[in-house]
Design a protein around this ligand. Structure first.
Ligand SMILES: Cc1cc2nc3c(=O)[nH]c(=O)nc-3n(C[C@H](O)[C@H](O)[C@H](O)COP(=O)(O)O)c2cc1C
Length: 200
């Protein structure tokens, strides 16, 4: 085992989710590169809508603590994020809000500052969710201090972009995917070497 671990997430619980398909493809490509991939069912992280009074009364929900644990256990995180009204999906925004409230086990820095992040989106629209990706980049970089890789994959007309084997058909989308996977793999490899070779 290479020692490289990447968590692959998607911000939708829709059964036919296009972003789940994109996430699954990224997971497949990373595994082919010898990366150890965790690809959980995001329904396992179902959370109530963030509410300060709920937090005060009941604390952080178990699902948010588990998601925090998963994020800090990986050197890289890929998120396939649906675009909703040119923004990130409510499901993803809510999950990030809850996880950002975790203060133990390294808090925000451990979950968002340590792993390398890479982003993608799939949408039936022409822009492939690119505007939502910029919004997510803002949340992660400016809000939470994450290192987000420059390469992103946005799959436009995504309802027609996947073939029966789940592979992307449009050449530009395939190129974006290859570039993202190679950049993420490379970034995580460098991080692994750094962590192994230097005192933390
Ligand atoms: C309320 C709402 C707003 C949406 N806004 C956008 C949008 O701004 N841009 C876009 O490309 N798609 C938009 N969509 C379409 C979603 O991208 C599409 O439903 C997509 O399949 C959602 O991702 P999923 O299949 O992974 O659940 C919107 C959908 C809904 C329900």
């Amino acid at each position: 085992m290479s020692g490289k671990r990447i968590l692959v997430l998607y911000g939708s619980t829709h059964l036919e989710s296009l972003n789940r398909r994109l996430a699954s493809l990224v997971a497949e490509h990373l595994r082919k590169n010898g990366v150890e991939v965790t690809f959980p069912d995001v329904a396992d992280y179902e959370l109530p809508m963030y509410n300060a009074d709920l937090e005060l009364r009941h604390g952080i929900p178990d699902a948010a603590l588990r998601l925090h644990e998963a994020l800090r256990a990986h050197q890289g995180v890929f998120i396939a994020s649906p675009e909703i009204n040119a923004n990130i999906s409510p499901l993803l925004a809510n999950a990030i809000a809850w996880v950002s409230r975790v203060q133990e086990n390294g808090g925000i820095q451990a979950a968002f500052g340590e792993p390398v992040y890479a982003l993608g989106s799939a949408s039936p629209g022409a822009f492939g969710g690119y505007r939502g990706l910029m919004a997510l980049r803002n949340v992660l970089e400016l809000g939470l201090g994450a290192h987000v890789l420059p390469a992103m994959v946005s799959v436009g007309m995504a309802n027609q972009a996947f073939n029966e084997e789940g592979q992307l058909v449009p050449p530009m989308a395939r190129q974006m995917l290859d570039r993202l996977v190679s950049q993420l793999d490379h970034a995580v490899s460098n991080r692994t070497q750094f962590n192994n070779g230097m005192p933390s």
